[in-house]
Design a protein around this ligand. Structure first.
Ligand code: SF4
Length: 386
């Protein structure tokens, strides 16, 4: 499929037939405010979409779990009635969220001790994480920041934002700000523009990043005005989009991503490895190719963090490595992201299957992607010989 650009906007089209929203007028369906107002969150609302078991109803009625909210648009991408659908598994709550393994954490990345100002996490020497809102268009069941996302406690007001920006201004070691949340593309366009303008004016910043799932959960939110707001200023603004499965890349999300790409916004793709969603090589390969065809360069495949109550969605790390081995060399290098685990308090660790079998002096033995054994020269060059 060719990619869409602002002068090739899609015709007005409503929800797919066979979904509960088929009779919604197209103008409502394509209105992002309508989508947010009609999110599925109670047991009764979810039951209009998929079967809700008595256990799930009980779990939801007790209201103790992580926020539930699914845009009808995203829900409409799931196969009707199929609880095992990869779209549904990401956002439909599960009573197993009440089971907590000993090694699972509320703050699995150990971010809270590094909070330097409201919403500002400074964990690595040269970059900071700025959490500007606790709201998302929909809520992923495995969210790493479920401890405060959608709790209403971390929405940055002007004073808090001023404190966070003042910290960045007086810390010249910071070269890169990652704006996240929650989802920063849910801020009003005017607020986002002011924030980006202020950050771009800080001399020691080299670039800005935004993490978002809006192009996937709520692609109708991306319009020409928002795309223009993300245009490069003195420094570029990169947007990393969280995409887990190729079926999330629809005509509408392609159009949203095309608007951003045409505005000069470099796009990266971040996926989370999830059991029953994308834990097989064929799905991952297709997902990374779908990203590329939507002008998104696969950047990270994150191992699912040990967030409390998410064991039913995680795979093993050995499975993750086996999947990377099944992709590397068998598919374009453009479609291979970095596979990472994230240590509590110590950052990301990139994991790569082992290809070096032995290395001794000038000789080394490696495996090819096909598993054959090859010798290669580990050339030892004196600086005088260069
Ligand atoms: S979009 Fe991101 S921040 Fe929001 S619930 Fe999903 S993983 Fe969490």
């Amino acid at each position: 499929m060719a990619f869409s650009s602002p002068d090739q906007l899609l015709p007005l089209q409503g929800a797919p037939t066979g979904t509960p929203w088929a009779s919604v007028p197209a103008a409502d369906w394509l209105d992002w405010r309508w989508q947010l107002q009609h999110r599925l969150s109670s047991a009764d609302e979810l039951a209009t979409w998929l079967p809700v078991s008595p256990e799930l109803r009980d779990f939801l009625d007790k209201g103790q779990g992580f926020e539930v909210g699914i845009t009808p648009y995203f829900a409409s991408l799931a196969r009707p009635g199929d609880l095992s659908d990869p779209i549904a598994r990401q956002v439909l709550p599960d009573p197993r969220e009440n089971r907590h393994a000993a090694f699972e954490r509320l703050d699995p990345l150990g971010e809270d001790p590094h909070r330097k100002a409201p919403g500002l996490i400074h964990k690595y020497p040269d970059r900071v994480l700025l959490l500007v809102t606790d709201r998302c268009a929909a809520y992923c069941r495995y969210c790493t920041r479920a401890r405060w996302v959608a709790t209403g406690s971390e929405l940055l007001g002007q004073d808090e934002l001023d404190q966070a920006i003042a910290y960045i201004e007086r810390t010249p070691a910071i070269t890169d700000v990652l704006i996240s949340g929650g989802d920063p593309l849910l801020l009003t366009t005017a607020r986002l523009r002011r924030l980006l303008d202020r950050l771009a004016a800080i001399d020691h910043l080299r670039f800005i990043r935004l993490g978002s799932r809006v192009p996937i959960f709520l692609p109708m939110r991306i319009d020409a005005e928002l795309a223009a707001t993300l245009r490069p200023r003195r420094i570029p603004i990169f947007v990393n989009v969280h995409i887990n499965h190729f079926s999330e890349i629809t005509a509408l999300s392609r159009q949203a991503l095309g608007l951003l790409a045409d505005a000069g916004v470099p796009l990266g793709g971040q996926a989370v490895l999830l059991r029953g969603v994308n834990d097989n090589a064929a799905t991952l390969r297709e997902t990374f190719y779908a990203m590329l065809s939507a002008r998104v360069r696969p950047y990270y495949l994150f191992h699912c963090d040990p967030v409390r109550g998410t064991a039913h969605l995680r795979t093993s790390v050995s499975q993750g490595l086996a999947l990377m081995r099944a992709l590397i060399g068998h598919t374009s290098g453009m479609a291979i992201p970095k596979y990472c685990i994230d240590l509590e308090g110590a950052g990301k660790v990139p994991l790569w299957p082992q290809y070096v079998q032995a290395m001794q002096g000038e000789s080394m033995v490696v495996n090819s992607y096909l598993g054959e054994t090859w010798e290669y020269v580990n050339e030892l060059v004196d600086s005088d010989d260069r």
